[in-house]
Each structure stands twice: as structure tokens, then as C-alpha cells.
Ligand binder design. Structure first.
Ligand code: PMP
Length: 337
């Protein structure tokens, strides 16, 4: 009989797929890693499993404990999934710009959701960091994983995401493109791939180049942290888990370009992914433009498009923010009366 012992055993080992349509005119091989195939629907399942395991081992999380975390949704789903299987309660603090669908998913897994305003400074007591700190102080047996500083987050990518990319490309990967939010993915995956390729001769691709993809306006690409609509990536401060020495280059991408590519990935490649995936592909295609045929570019696609149907995949929402330039409308068909 072939079966998994629990849903937790299905985290990681996601496949690589070649892009065939949006890559027109590009000689390099561009592969995407489909993190939405994790059981919770995003790359964050990996860090959730690792943060909870480490907390248990270090005695920071006791039986009957409560996990409290400020999260834009995906980390919450991962934590809710792992916590539920291990018998912990979960409370999540999310900014109000996060779609209702994402909040409903957290509640469906049995977690409690607290919503906070986006338009307040990060040091305000009303910010999602401020509110979660207060809840941790007031809840007995509370544990805050803190994905922004927890070494288990980059650690999980160093242990799993990086090695998977190296193995699945037979050690031929030359460039990896990763959108940074907390920085855990780029730091852990990038560090592993640079180390493992350190001695590789230039004729075989040399040391793997790590390229950050960032929403225009975020600090990673030199912005001030001004708001943007792509969810889950970019920052208005520098988190501890973002190691500046890992990316060789960071490419800024506008919301409009990110969303246009996100829609193309669904229509042309059959990949229904989120806005940070579209953003990473825009950066990857820009980086790949001048690369030779021998280059192997891997792009991490962090989550599914299901959580963005009312936004990126909704013409009215896109048009209201000026993100549709015409000719990209979704076909609505004719209503037959
Ligand atoms: N894309 C999405 C949709 C995310 O939720 C996240 C996590 N915040 C990321 C990308 C970035 O991952 P990381 O936090 O590891 O930088």
C-alpha cells in the first residue's frame, strides 16, 4: 500500500516545470518550482513544520500551547496545518489588505484570525506586529514563532528547498530567482546553492547566482517601503532573516507588470499562481534575456492563484487600479436569457 502517514509527510519535494510560452525569445532554460503543490498551498508549509519542530525540541512549545503569529496568510495556513496535527491552538494577526479568502482558509483549519489596519507605522501598537506582541504577553502558554527572525525559517530552505533544486537540476542550475518577504526563502535557499556550487568551474556554470525579485517601492530594491499591491513580498524594514550578502542582484518589478505576468502564467502555462510568482517570473525573464542556451534559471513560485481570484484575476479590480491596459480582459462569455 502506498500512502502518507499524515498530511505533514507531503510537505516539500515540489516539482520543477519548464516555462514554454512566456519565455519567447529567451535561449536559457527557465524552470519554475511549484510551491503551491505543498499541502497548505504555499512554500510556507516548509518553515511552519521546521519552526514548530524546533520549538518543541527547545521546550518553547508545550502540550496545549498556543501559537501566535503576525502573518499575511500563507505562514498561517502552514502553522495551522502543522499545529492542528500536533494538538496546538493558533491565533493569527493579519493586515486588512490580505484578501478575505485567505482569512477564511485560516478559520477553516480551526485557527482564530485577528485583523489589523495596514495604514499604520510598523511600530504602532495597532500594527500587526504590535497587536501580536500584546496577545503573546496576555496568553498563557503562548509561543510566537516569528518568521522574520526565527533561524528555522531560512534553515528549512537550506535543508530542503536548496537541495531539491540542486538535485532536480543534476547540479546544473546557474541562476535562481526568488521574491523576498521575510527573506527566509532567499537566505536559506541561496546560501545552500552558493555553498554547494562553490567549487564549480565557470565552464559548468560557476557559483549559482541568486537574484532577488522585489516589488518596486520595497526596501530590498532601494525603495522607502511605500505601499504596493503584491502580497507576501517586499518590506518596509530589514528583517533579521534577510541576509543581504546572499543576492547578487535585486530586480524591482511594478505591480502592473507582476499582475500582467500572473495572468499570463494562468492562461498560457496553465499555472494558477499568486502575484509574487508573477513578479518573480518578470524578474527572471529580465535576467534571462542576455543569458546563453546553457543557462538554467530556476524561479520559485510561492503560492496558488486561488487566494487572489477577487483581485488579480478580477477585471474590475484590476481596472480600478489602472492595472489593465486593454486586450487582457478575462472572457466572460454571453449571458443566455
Ligand atoms: N510570496 C508569498 C505569496 C508569500 O506569502 C511569501 C512569504 N511572506 C513570499 C513570497 C516570500 O517568502 P519569504 O518570506 O521567505 O521571503
Amino acid at each position: 500500500m502506498k500512502y502518507a502517514q499524515s498530511i505533514l509527510d507531503l510537505i516539500g519535494n515540489t516539482p520543477l516545470i519548464k516555462l514554454n510560452h512566456v519565455t519567447e525569445g529567451i535561449k536559457a532554460t527557465v524552470l519554475v518550482k511549484l510551491e503551491y503543490l505543498n499541502p497548505g498551498g504555499s512554500i510556507k508549509d516548509r518553515i511552519a513544520a521546521q519552526m514548530i519542530e524546533d520549538a518543541e525540541r527547545e521546550g518553547k512549545l508545550q502540550p496545549g500551547g498556543t501559537i501566535i503569529e503576525p502573518t499575511s496568510g500563507n505562514t498561517g495556513v502552514g502553522l495551522a496545518l502543522v499545529a492542528q496535527q500536533k494538538g496546538y491552538k493558533c491565533v493569527f494577526v493579519v493586515p486588512d489588505k490580505v484578501g478575505e479568502d485567505k482569512r477564511a482558509v485560516l478559520q477553516a483549519y480551526g485557527a482564530e484570525v485577528v485583523v489589523t489596519p495596514t495604514a499604520v507605522p510598523p511600530d504602532s501598537p495597532q500594527s500587526y506586529y504590535g497587536v501580536s506582541d500584546r496577545l503573546v504577553r496576555e496568553t498563557p502558554g503562548a509561543y510566537k514563532p516569528d518568521q522574520f527572525s526565527n533561524p528555522a525559517a531560512p534553515g528549512s530552505h537550506y535543508r530542503t528547498t536548496g537541495p531539491e533544486i540542486w538535485q532536480d537540476t543534476d547540479g546544473r542550475v546557474t541562476h535562481v530567482v526568488i521574491g523576498a518577504g521575510t527573506g527566509g526563502t532567499i537566505t536559506g535557499t541561496g546560501r545552500y546553492l552558493k555553498e554547494v556550487s562553490a567549487g564549480r568551474p565557470e565552464s559548468d556554470g560557476g557559483v549559482v547566482r541568486i537574484i532577488g525579485a522585489d516589488p518596486a517601492g520595497s526596501v530590498y530594491s532601494g525603495g522607502t517601503g511605500r505601499p504596493y499591491f503584491v502580497e507576501g513580498v517586499g518590506e518596509d524594514m530589514w528583517p533579521a532573516n534577510y541576509d543581504k550578502s546572499v543576492p547578487d542582484q535585486v530586480i524591482a518589478v511594478t505591480d502592473a507588470d507582476s499582475f500582467a505576468m500572473t495572468r499570463r502564467l494562468a492562461r498560457e502555462e496553465g499555472l494558477l499562481v499568486g502575484g509574487s510568482s508573477g513578479m518573480a517570473v518578470v524578474a527572471a525573464l529580465q535576467a534571462a534575456r542576455d543569458l546563453p542556451e546553457s543557462a538554467v534559471v530556476v524561479v520559485i513560485l510561492p503560492d496558488s492563484g486561488r487566494g487572489y481570484l477577487a483581485k488579480i484575476f478580477n477585471d474590475q479590480w484590476m481596472r480600478s487600479y489602472g492595472f489593465l491596459s486593454g486586450g487582457e480582459e478575462t472572457s466572460v462569455g454571453e449571458v443566455i436569457k
